[in-house]
Design a protein around this ligand. Sequence first.
Ligand SMILES: CC(C)(COP(=O)(O)OP(=O)(O)OC[C@H]1O[C@@H](n2cnc3c(N)ncnc32)[C@H](O)[C@@H]1OP(=O)(O)O)[C@@H](O)C(=O)NCCC(=O)NCCS
Length: 166
Amino acid sequence: MFCIEVMKQNDISSVTVLLDENFGKDRQSKTAYRLRDAVSPLAELCFVVRIEGKLEASLQFWPIEMGEQGAAVDALLLGPIAVSQEYRGQGLGLKLMEHGLNIARKLGHSRVILVGDESYYKKVGFSRKMALHLEMPGPVDKERLLAQELVPGAMQDVKGMISKIK
Ligand SMILES: CC(C)(COP(=O)(O)OP(=O)(O)OC[C@H]1O[C@@H](n2cnc3c(N)ncnc32)[C@H](O)[C@@H]1OP(=O)(O)O)[C@@H](O)C(=O)NCCC(=O)NCCS
């Protein structure tokens, strides 16, 4: 039994430890982090799971833009998501993402991207097909660039570079 809560300021150090443990301290060298440089995650879309008082999972979303110059649209970057080793494989990651994506939809967001394995993220609605016309601003395995519409049709005609919000 677990409860998903909105991340608080004093959770940040535990989240950093969880992310360093799961992705390594060099995680910020990845291309997805170029979209996060000097941009804050959306506070209302940052979540943690505490079990017996200990922070065991976290999920954040960042605001981004994508599309050709003059036709860029707002979107979300899902991640990082991490679940501690101890609690993996119990559905926590999927529940956390379902929760976050539902709130994002309720808040009026229309589209989300991420970099990850399609075989896992398709379980919460992501596909490679939806991201075929998008480009990341740096090296990335294109097979891992995925997207989903939170509003039907929101990815229609969206193509080009994914970029940091200005
Ligand atoms: C990825 C992660 C968040 C999944 O969390 P979790 O709570 O263990 O996942 P769930 O219990 O919701 O789902 C488990 C299922 O997804 C599968 N799965 C997990 N990671 C997967 C991956 N990268 N690719 C394919 N399938 C994956 C598991 O095999 C399992 O499948 P099953 O139900 O058929 O046995 C967790 O493993 C983690 O923190 N990993 C390290 C950090 C990381 O890689 N984050 C994602 C970066 S893109």
